[in-house]
Design a protein around this ligand. Sequence first.
Ligand code: TYM
Length: 336
Amino acid sequence: MKTILTGIRSNSVLTLGNYLGALLPMVRLANKWSNEYQVNIFVPDLHSIISEVDGDLQENIIQTIKYYLAAGLEVNENVHIYRQSYVPAHSELCWILNCVATMGETSRMIQYKEKSKGQESCNVGIFDYPILMAADILLYSAEYIPLGEDQFQHIELARNIATRFNNRFGEIFVVPAKTADQVKFMGVSDGIRIRDLLTPEKKMSKSTRAENSKIMLDDDPEKAAKKIMSATTDSLGIIKFDMWGQPGISNLLQIESLITDTPLQDVISTWAGQTSYGELKRKVASSVSAMLSEFQEKLKNIPDEEVYKLLEKGEKYANEVAGKKLYEVQKAFHLR
Ligand code: TYM
C-alpha cells in the first residue's frame, strides 16, 4: 500500500493558513483514500524545538491532534497518528542523511535563509530542519505529502536526497512525487498559500504581530468575520483572480474555495466581473465564521483519552515501519 503523510508543528494555536494549506487537505485526502493508502499524520515535535513554543508543548501536541479530528478526520485501521520523538528512527535517519545531503543544497533553503536572517547565532536545528523532514518522509516511503506552497522546496530536497542515496546503494527509498503531481493529487491547480489579510503580498503567519492580519483557529467566529471584512483589497473595483495584480481579492476567492470545497475555477466564475468587494467579503466572512463555529464546537467534545489511544496504536505501527527502513539504510552503510 502506498502512503500519504503529513505533519504540522504544534508551537502554538494554528492559523487559518495552516488549516487550509495542510490540515484540511490532509483530512479530505485521508477520508477519500484511506482504504487504498496508508495515511500517516504525525506531530513533528523535534521540529518544534528549533524555536520558542507558546504555552506547553505537551498540551499543544494533544491539541494539534484534536484539530485533525475536529476537522472531520475519519480514523480507520490505515490511519496512523504519532509523535516524531516517540519514533527514534527519525533522528537516527536524519544523522545518516546529513552525511548524504550537501551544505550547498541545504543552505539554499528559503525557510532557513528567512529564519536565520538577522540572528547573531542561529541554532543548527534551523539549518538541519529539512534533512529531518526528509527522514520523516523517507522512513515511511511516502509518495504524497500534502503541504502548503512554502514547503515545496523541502519536498524537492527530500526527492534529491532519496535519488542520490538510491543511485549509490540501490532502490532503498521511494522517491516522493514531484510537487506538480503533489498539487494534482491534492486536487488544487496550484500550491496553496493563504495571504496575510492586511498585507496580502505576504503569507499568513503565526508570527505576524498585527492581530487583524491573521485568523487563528481559536478566534471567536464573529471576530474572525470582522477581520475578513477589514481585509486589504485594492482600488480596481472588479473581482478577478490575479494573485500578483489583486492579491487581496484573490486570497478571499482562494479561502472561499477551500472552505466550501468548491473548485477554485467555479468560485472564480461565480464572482467574475462583479464589482462589490463588500458582498464578496460578506460571503467569505460568513463561510469562515460558520467553519470556525462548527470546528470549535467539535473540538470541545474530544477527550484527551481518545488522542492517547490513537497515539499508542500509531506509535507501535510507526516504530515497526520506520525501524525496518532504518535497518535497510544502516545495512547499506555497513553500520549493520
Ligand atoms: P509548519 O508547522 O511550519 O506548517 C504546517 C503547514 O501549514 C502550511 N502553511 C500554510 N499553507 C498555506 N498558507 C499559509 N499561509 C500557510 N502557513 C503555513 C505549511 O506549508 C505546512 O504544510 N515542515 C513542516 C512540518 C513537517 C513536515 C514533515 C510536514 C516536518 N516534517 C514531513 C510533512 C512531512 C511545516 O511546515 O510545519
